[in-house]
Design a protein around this ligand. Structure first.
Ligand code: PSU
Ligand code: MN
Length: 308
C-alpha cells in the first residue's frame, strides 16, 4: 500500500466502484464552501452527484474533514461543508498543514486533482478552473490550478474559465505547460457564463468515447499532466455577454478598491458577481456545473469500458 493511503477515507460506494474498475467522477468542495451562497451550494452539490449517477457513474466529492482526506462524502458531510463558516480554502500548499492540524479544508481544483490522482480517479467535473488573473504581469497572481494541470494526470471537465481572468494569458500558460485544451462539441474555449471566449481550443472532439480514447492513450504513454475539456454552458442558460461583463468589471473594480488579493480574490469576485447580477450568475453557474457533471460521467463510463 502506498504511504499516502492511510490518510484517505473512501465512501463505501466509491471504494467498491474503484475495486470493480467502474466509472467514478471526482467533484471539488471549494465550490460548496466558497463558490455559492447557502442553500444553493448544498443543492448544487447534491444535484451534481445525481447527474453523475444518472449516467451510471459514481460521484466522489473530495474534501478534508477533521484532518482526513475524504473521497466521497455523505449528505451530512456535504451539508457541513455548506453551512460551516470559515472552512479553509485548500489548495496544494494547504493539504499537509490541514491534515497534520486535524482541520477541515474545501479543496480547490488543484487540490481535488491531486487527491483524485492519489485515489486513482481520472475524471473530475467542476464549474470553472482558476487561471492567470488580469494584471498578473504586476501581481503575479496565477492560480495553482494551472501548475497542477501541468503535473497531475486528471481530466478536468469545466466550462472554461470566467473572464475575471485573463483568458488569453491562461491559454498561453496551458500551452507552455503542455496541457491539451479540448472543446466538447465546441471550436471555442467556453467563457463560463457565455459559450465562447473568442479564443479557440486545441482540438474539438464531439463524442465522449473519443475523449476517453485520448485519455487512455495519454495514460498508456505515461504523459504527465491533465487534460481540459471545455464544455460550453447550455445555450438556454447562457447569459447576455454585455450584462455579465459589466457585473464582472464592477466586481473587479471593487476588489481593487478594497485591496483584496491572494486566495481571497476569487471567492470575493464570485460573491460580488452574484449580488451585482441579482442572482442571475448563480442560475447560470448551476446549469453549467450540472452539464459538466453529466458529460464527465459519460467520459468516465466510456473510459471504464476501455479499462475492463
Ligand atoms: N472559479 C469559479 N468558481 C470557483 C472557483 C473558481 O468560477 O468556485 C474556485 C475553484 O475551486 C478553483 C479556485 O480551483 O476557485 C481557484 O482559486 P484561485 O484563483 O485562488 O487559485
Ligand atoms: Mn491566486
Amino acid at each position: 500500500m502506498e504511504s499516502f493511503q492511510k490518510y484517505l477515507d473512501y465512501s463505501d460506494e466509491v471504494k467498491s466502484a474503484l475495486k470493480q474498475k467502474k466509472a467514478v467522477v471526482a467533484l471539488e468542495s471549494t465550490i460548496i464552501s466558497h463558490g455559492f451562497p447557502y442553500p444553493e451550494n448544498v443543492e448544487c452539490a447534491l444535484q451534481c452527484e445525481a447527474e453523475i449517477r444518472a449516467k451510471g457513474a459514481v460521484p466522489a466529492t473530495v474534501a478534508i474533514i477533521n484532518g482526513r482526506i475524504k473521497i466521497g462524502l455523505n449528505p451530512d458531510e456535504l451539508e457541513y461543508l455548506a453551512v460551516t463558516k470559515g472552512i479553509a480554502k485548500a489548495s496544494r500548499r494547504d493539504i499537509a498543514v490541514l491534515i497534520a492540524k486535524k482541520r477541515d479544508g474545501a479543496t480547490t481544483v488543484a487540490a481535488t486533482m491531486l487527491l483524485a490522482a492519489m485515489a486513482k480517479i481520472q475524471v473530475f467535473a467542476t464549474g470553472g478552473i482558476g487561471g492567470v488573473h488580469r494584471e498578473a504581469q504586476s501581481t503575479f497572481d496565477i492560480s495553482a490550478d494551472l501548475e497542477e494541470l501541468a503535473a497531475t494526470p486528471v481530466c478536468v471537465v469545466c466550462a472554461g474559465a470566467k473572464s475575471i481572468l485573463d483568458l488569453a494569458l491562461t491559454r498561453e500558460y496551458l500551452e507552455t505547460a503542455g496541457v491539451p485544451v479540448i472543446g466538447y462539441q465546441s471550436d471555442d474555449l467556453p467563457c463560463f457564463y457565455t459559450r465562447s471566449s473568442g479564443l479557440s481550443v486545441d482540438y474539438r472532439i464531439d463524442s465522449c468515447a473519443q475523449i476517453a480514447a485520448v485519455l487512455k492513450t495519454k495514460k498508456d504513454l505515461g504523459l504527465k499532466g491533465g487534460v481540459i475539456i471545455g464544455n460550453p454552458i447550455p445555450a438556454e442558460y447562457e447569459l447576455e455577454p454585455d450584462m455579465i461583463d459589466g457585473c464582472i468589471q464592477q466586481a473587479l473594480d471593487e476588489a481593487k478598491a478594497a485591496g483584496v488579493s491572494g486566495k481571497a480574490l476569487t471567492p470575493f469576485l464570485l460573491a460580488r458577481i452574484h449580488d451585482i447580477s441579482g442572482g442571475k450568475s448563480v442560475v447560470a453557474n448551476k446549469a453549467l456545473v450540472y452539464h459538466n457533471a453529466s458529460v464527465a460521467a459519460e467520459i468516465a463510463v466510456e473510459l471504464s469500458k476501455l479499462e475492463q
